[in-house]
Write a protein that binds this ligand. Structure first.
Ligand SMILES: [Zn+2]
Length: 134
């Protein structure tokens, strides 16, 4: 676990609390509609594709590719040393996740770079998304 004093962490409630509970166990589970099978993220009460409230939490592959990113030069959170990248990755299943890099230099970022999701323990109950080379 990487402890950073003063690190800003989520305080999830509702559906987000369910999501973070799975992630705390190291399981990259996301919502999936049990009627039309569409993945949904971030968590929602109804499916954007068919409107159904029926849902299950299914394991995602964790494989994806870089969809977009931005480089931050002024840190809001002192736990992050600028310049650092905030990266959007599109998973094989379709949903996009936002996270930071692990073992990839900012200068190595490319569109469609294959990556895998790693859930980094930031506290006993919160794991955050990081991306490694896939
Ligand atoms: Zn649906």
């Amino acid at each position: 676990m990487s402890e950073h004093p003063g690190r800003i962490l989520p305080s999830p409630t509702g559906l987000n609390a369910e999501l973070y509970a799975f992630w705390a166990q190291g399981q990259l589970r996301l919502q999936r509609c049990t009627r039309c099978r569409a993945w949904r993220h971030p968590p929602r009460y109804r499916c954007a594709a068919c409107g159904s409230a029926e849902v299950s939490w299914e394991l995602a592959s964790g494989r994806g590719h870089v969809f977009s990113w931005t480089i931050t030069h002024r840190a809001v959170d002192p736990a992050f040393e600028p310049p650092y990248a905030i990266v959007v990755v599109e998973l094989e299943e379709g949903p996009r996740l936002v996270g930071s890099l692990a073992g990839i230099e900012n200068s190595e970022l490319r569109l469609d770079l294959p990556v895998v999701v790693e859930l980094e323990a930031a506290s006993d109950t919160i794991r955050l998304v990081t991306f490694r080379r896939g």
